[in-house]
Write a protein that binds this ligand. Structure first.
Ligand code: BT5
Length: 249
């Protein structure tokens, strides 16, 4: 495992800063297996094997983006499905003064129709004693359009240059820790309502997977467990989780 270039603390968060890593998520998973505590934040200038969901690649050149992973050990299983929302909202709030970011459920962060960031939640199911979750966040900062896949944008392409990666990182950590600590029954409803206000998925037609068949449905709202409630054409309501929903183009 690569040695951290720097380690420092910000309140109860331990930040490990790396010049280069395969993937901040992979690094955090390895740390978690060795017993690292929450909240450990891994931050890298570049990733050689940045990853998205389902083995997809995340383009991660130096100066092109913020690549960060949060190692968490949530005390309750109930909060796990909500962690992606915590990350999305933390990013939305942190970037608010620069760009207006919307969430395309479950993990795409968009400016207009273009993807400026993504979220990747990973865990190890066999670690029953000290369960953990790694929450990776990638945000395109300095990338230009030749470096990224079509349909992507960055702060640079949105005309924003007046920031440092460290400033953005600290803002995200600040928002994230406040939201994470607030994941108690009394706080969840408010957070979900705020997430809904930034979601592009609601009040529109989407496709859902029922059994092994995709069908059209209308997205209604989120529930407090992190599921999306949808209504199918026959008037029935269903609760869906991320892998069962896709947007209609
Ligand atoms: C995601 O996956 O959107 C989750 C991305 C999470 C990246 C962070 S960076 C820190 C941490 N460490 C990691 O190794 N990963 C996390 P997904 O929805 O599967 O989107 C992947 C798809 O987005 C790719 O197949 C490309 O089409 C596209 N893509 C790749 N790089 C991109 C980029 N930099 N900006 C926008 N789109 C990109």
């Amino acid at each position: 495992m690569r040695k951290p270039d720097r380690e420092f603390k910000k309140s109860f968060v331990k930040i490990i800063a790396l010049d280069e890593v395969d993937s901040t998520n992979a690094y955090a998973l390895r740390k978690a297996e060795k017993g690292a505590r929450e909240i450990t934040v891994i931050w890298a200038r570049r990733q050689t094997q940045g990853r998205g969901r389902l083995g997809r690649r995340w383009v991660s050149p130096e100066g092109g983006g913020l690549y960060v992973s949060f190692l968490l050990r949530p005390s309750s299983r109930r909060v796990r499905p909500l962690l992606g929302f915590v990350a999305a909202l933390a990013v939305i709030r942190a970037l608010k003064s620069m760009v207006s970011v919307r969430l395309k459920w479950p993990n795409d962060l968009l400016v207009g129709e273009k993807k400026i960031g993504g979220i990747l939640l990973e865990t190890q199911s066999h670690s029953r004693n000290m369960p953990f979750v790694v929450l990776g966040i990638g945000i395109n900062t300095g990338c230009d359009s030749t470096e990224m896949p079509p349909g992507a944008t960055s702060l640079y392409l949105e005309g924003k240059k007046d920031y440092t990666h460290r400033e953005i990182l600290y803002k995200i950590i600040h928002e994230f820790t406040a939201l994470y600590r607030g994941l108690k029954p009394a706080g969840i409803r408010g957070m979900i309502r705020e997430v809904e206000s930034y979601m592009d998925t609601l009040s529109r037609d989407i496709k859902i997977l029922k059994g092994n068949r995709w069908m059209k449905a209308h997205a209604l709202c989120l529930d407090e467990a992190g599921a999306i409630l949808v209504r199918t054409d026959d008037g029935e309501c269903h609760k869906m989780f991320p892998q069962e929903v896709t947007h209609l183009r």
